[in-house]
Design a protein around this ligand. Structure first.
Ligand SMILES: Cc1cc2nc3c(=O)[nH]c(=O)nc-3n(C[C@H](O)[C@H](O)[C@H](O)COP(=O)(O)OP(=O)(O)OC[C@H]3O[C@@H](n4cnc5c(N)ncnc54)[C@H](O)[C@@H]3O)c2cc1C
Length: 447
């Protein structure tokens, strides 16, 4: 049995940046992953990431900007309406990249000179203060006793789904899960935009993406749980220019497309600190499901809290800083976007076409929302006039704007531990009411 200060479960981008941020702390850190270290980062993913995430990591950790790991430079995102008559050109201020996740994650793991990396080790459970690990090569069982556990095991959330604490939500609502099927095909797109196609018939509650990836194309489809995206995928690409191209990789994945979990920290029996990072905490952009950058920011933020709290004489108040930091800096934006995601998932192609064609919502509105700003629908008189044909849609859009502001305010005033119950009640009520309301609106059907 080994003792350590911190055990990080999962060496995806979230877990790796958590470890990197603790490198010079003098703490005894274990980073555990079921994969071999040469395959860290390998995952079915769109692989797109904005440059601003690297600006953050460069500033905070001195991390170099990606170079060898870049498959494609990206200027922005094109979002096509279901009838393809409207395309929003959402420019990224400083662009972004399609990265090779495996090279990227291997590079970070090679920087971890002071971290004990236990690869080929699957975490099975937490039992009597000890993490139980099973070696994926020889089946050997090992036990580790940490002071703090960071669950960064992605959507699988191996420990989050086992622990019992009033602060930790074990399961997430299946309406907040997006099931994806993706292929990498040998086909050069010669495009420096990520193309996203909205189509409620083809990709219900999600979208089709076609991203350039050097000499290849990264193409996939995401749909709302429990639909099966694979069949739809082949329906969609049968008319594409790369329909006959060679398939280099194919596979499925799940994205938790929702606001952050209400709390990402708890104290477990035996005075073990418990923290969630990345997908495990639903630290993700709910509109497009981008979570590579967000998981790294969440890993950095979790580590900053640990550096302040230390690992001895822990209590929930000390770890709570992580919740406050994350929610007031990043989480509030995702919470606002989540309202818009629920709205989008509950409207028909015809309504999306109308909203985009008539510019009830425009590129700059999407940018503003991503930056955490308000969606000022009511103040646009011209929007009111344009929306006359669809008063119900317009009325709902105004409600969306109001709810975005409401949740942003709630998350920006994230509470101290003692006031958490009341805050959680309020937040859950806003989202449950909004979900119920949208489902009753019958905007899913073309009319
Ligand atoms: C189809 C698809 C497309 C996506 N496209 C994009 C995109 O274009 N851009 C973007 O930013 N995001 C995208 N995402 C989301 C992105 O992949 C995640 O948000 C990001 O990888 C989260 O990082 P993470 O470190 O939290 O988890 P992960 O990257 O999932 O890493 C989790 C790690 O935990 C390990 N693990 C799991 N269980 C155990 C266990 N029991 N024991 C030991 N180790 C374990 C895994 O092996 C893995 O290494 C996409 C996701 C999917 C599924």
């Amino acid at each position: 049995m080994k003792k350590c200060d911190i055990a990080i479960v999962g060496a995806g981008p979230g877990g790796l940046i958590t470890a990197l941020s603790l490198e010079n702390s003098g703490l005894n850190v274990f980073l555990i992953d079921q994969k071999h270290r040469n395959t860290f980062g390998e995952k079915v993913c769109g692989d797109a990431i904005s440059k601003h995430h690297f600006d953050f990591l460069h500033k905070k950790l001195g991390l170099n900007y990606p170079d060898a790991e870049i498959r494609n430079h990206i200027k922005g995102i094109n979002i096509f309406s279901p009838d393809k008559k409207t395309c929003f050109d959402v420019q990224e201020k400083e662009g972004g990249y399609i990265i090779d996740r495996n090279i990227f994650c291997k590079n970070i793991s090679s920087m971890l000179e002071n971290t004990n990396i236990l690869d080929n080790n699957e975490v099975i459970k937490l039992y009597d203060k000890k993490l139980i690990l099973k070696n994926t090569k020889n089946g050997d069982i090992e036990k580790i006793e940490p002071n703090i556990i960071v669950d960064s095991s992605g959507c699988r959330a191996i420990l989050r789904r086992q622990v019992i604490s009033k602060y930790i939500q074990q399961e997430i609502d299946t309406r907040d899960l997006c099931i994806c099927y993706r292929e990498i095909r040998k086909y050069e797109l010669k495009n420096d935009y990520c193309d996203i196609y909205l189509d409620q018939k083809m990709s219900k509650g999600g979208y089709v993406w076609i991203f350039p990836s050097g000499k290849n194309v990264n193409v996939g489809i995401g749909v709302q749980y429990p639909l099966n995206p694979k069949q739809k995928f082949y329906g969609y690409i049968k008319n594409s220019c790369f329909r006959n191209s060679e398939i280099i990789h194919k596979g499925a994945g799940i994205i938790p497309v929702r606001r952050p979990l209400n709390s990402s920290v708890a104290m477990l029996p035996g005075n073990i600190g418990f923290m969630l990072v990345g997908d495990c905490a639903c630290h993700i952009n709910p509109i497009h499901g981008g979570g590579i950058g967000q998981s790294m920011i969440s890993g950095y933020t979790a580590s900053s809290t640990i550096l302040k709290s230390g690992v001895d004489d822990l209590d929930i108040e000390k770890l709570w800083d992580y919740n406050i930091e994350y929610m007031t800096n990043v989480g509030y934006r995702n919470a606002g976007l989540d309202i818009f995601r629920i709205f989008l998932q509950n409207i028909s192609n015809e309504n999306i076409n109308f909203g985009m064609n008539k510019k009830l919502i425009q590129e700059q509105d999407l940018m503003r929302m991503s930056e955490g700003k308000s969606l000022n629908i009511e103040s646009k008189l011209n929007v009111l006039i344009k929306g006359l044909g669809k008063m119900k849609l317009l009325k709902n859009l105004i409600l969306v704007a109001k709810n975005i502001d409401k949740v942003k305010k709630l998350y920006k005033s994230y509470p101290c531990v003692n006031d958490f119950d009341e805050w959680e009640k309020n937040v859950n009520k806003v989202f449950n009411d909004f979900y119920d309301y949208m489902e009753k609106q019958n905007l899913k059907n073309d009319n």
